[in-house]
Design a protein around this ligand. Structure first.
Ligand code: NAD
Length: 318
C-alpha cells in the first residue's frame, strides 16, 4: 500500500480508501458476511481510510461497519457525514448535526469520529453551511467527539467557494476525477492545495459505469455517457483487460488526491483495487480509451440547488 498525507490534518491515509456505501445496499443487495470479510481483508491489505454516512442504506451501512470494525477500530481512520438522511431529506441545522454525530458514534461503536463531513452541500444554503453547520462541527472538535471537519459534494465551484471563505480540513469530491471526467484538476485542486485542504476523490469507477457490470439504473449521467461506458468496457474486454482495473490505475496515479474511495463489499473487489496501487496504466490502452471517451468527456450533470450548478451542467438522467 502507498500512503499520502491528507492535507493539513497530517493523517497518513492509504491511496485506496474503503467506501462503505455498498454495505448499506446502495448498489443492490449484498451478502453481509462477505461484506464483513471485505472490511477485514481491506485492513489486512493496508487500507486504513474508511468512509460511510448515515444516508447509506438509511443508517444500515454505519450499523454494519460499526459491527465489522469491532476490535479493529484502532487500525482505521473513520470518516462519516451529517446533513443528508434520505434522497430528499436534508437538515444542515446545528441542532440536527450535533445530535446526528451522537447517533453515528453509537452506530459506529466508537467515542471519536476522525473526519466528520457535511454531506452534499449543494443541497443546502451556502450561508447556513458556512455560518451555522461548520461552526457547530468545529465545536464538536473542541468537545473531543470529532477530530477534523470536511465537506462533500458534486459541483466543484461551490466546494472551492466554501474553502476560500472559511476553514475546512477536507473535501470529498465524487465523479470528477476518473476516465470520464477530470475537471477536478483545474476547478478544485489548485485552491485546495493553496488552502491546505486534504483532497479525497470518490467514485473512480464513475458510480459503476466503468465496470463489466455497468452503470445502475439510477445513474444520473446522460444516456450518451452510459452508452459510451458499455462501448469502452466491450473494447477493453476484446483487449483482455477489465475496464475497472484500468480505471483504478488511472485514478490512483493522480497524486494531488490523498485517497481515492471505491465501494467494496466483496473480497475480490478489494483484491483487484489493491492490485492497481502503484501500477501505471498501459499508455497505448489509455490513449485508445481516452480517444473513445473524448466526445462525452467532462459531461457534468445538475445536482442540488440551481445556484450551485457548475457551468454547462445538464439535467440528470434519473
Ligand atoms: P465507484 O464508482 O468507484 O464504485 C461503484 C461500485 O463498483 C462499487 O460499489 C462496487 O459495487 C463496484 N466495484 C468496486 N470495485 C470494483 C472492481 N474492482 N471491479 C468491478 N466492480 C467494482 O465508487 P462509489 O461506490 O460511487 O464511491 C465510493 C465511495 O465514496 C462510496 O462508497 C462512498 O463512501 C463515497 N462517496 C461519497 C459521496 C458523497 O459524499 N457525496 C458520493 C459518492 C461516493
Amino acid at each position: 500500500m502507498i500512503y499520502r498525507t491528507l492535507g493539513r490534518t497530517g493523517l497518513q491515509v492509504s491511496v485506496v480508501g474503503y467506501g462503505a456505501s455498498p454495505l448499506g445496499a446502495e448498489f443492490g443487495r449484498i451478502d453481509p458476511e462477505e461484506g464483513r470479510r471485505a472490511v477485514h481483508h481491506a485492513i489486512a491489505c493496508g487500507i486504513n481510510y474508511f468512509d460511510v454516512a448515515p444516508y447509506y442504506g438509511r443508517t444500515l451501512a454505519e450499523t454494519r461497519l460499526g459491527e465489522f470494525l469491532e476490535d479493529k477500530r484502532h487500525q482505521v481512520i473513520l470518516a462519516t457525514k451529517v446533513g443528508r438522511y434520505d434522497i430528499d431529506h436534508f437538515d444542515f441545522s446545528a441542532r440536527c448535526v450535533v445530535s446526528s454525530v451522537d447517533e453515528s458514534l453509537r452506530r459506529l461503536r466508537t467515542d471519536v469520529i476522525d473526519v466528520i463531513q457535511i454531506h452534499d452541500i449543494e443541497y443546502g444554503d451556502r450561508a447556513q453551511i458556512v455560518h451555522e453547520t461548520l461552526p457547530a462541527l468545529y465545536s464538536l472538535v473542541e468537545a473531543g467527539k470529532v477530530r477534523f471537519v470536511g465537506i462533500t459534494g458534486y459541483p466543484l465551484l461551490q466546494l472551492a467557494d466554501v474553502i476560500s471563505q472559511t476553514r475546512v480540513d477536507t473535501i470529498l469530491s465524487y465523479c470528477r476525477y476518473n476516465l470520464f471526467d477530470t475537471t477536478m484538476d483545474a476547478m478544485l485542486t489548485p485552491v485546495a492545495k493553496e488552502r491546505g485542504v486534504g483532497l479525497i476523490n470518490a467514485s473512480p469507477l464513475h458510480m459503476r459505469a466503468l465496470t463489466e457490470k455497468g452503470a445502475p439504473d439510477w445513474h444520473p449521467a446522460p444516456q450518451a455517457v452510459i452508452e459510451k461506458s458499455r462501448e469502452v468496457a466491450d473494447w477493453c474486454r476484446s483487449q483482455g483487460v477489465d475496464i475497472a482495473d484500468l480505471a483504478m490505475q488511472y485514478a490512483l496515479a493522480y497524486d494531488d488526491v490523498a485517497t481515492t474511495l471505491v465501494g467494496m463489499s466483496k473480497v475480490s473487489h478489494v483484491d483487484s483495487n489493491v492490485k492497481a496501487v502503484g501500477v501505471a496504466p498501459d499508455p497505448r490502452l489509455l490513449a485508445e480509451i481516452q480517444a473513445m471517451i473524448d466526445p462525452v468527456a467532462d459531461v457534468v450533470w445538475r445536482e442540488g440547488r440551481p445556484e450551485n450548478d457548475d457551468p454547462g451542467a445538464v439535467p440528470k438522467q434519473s
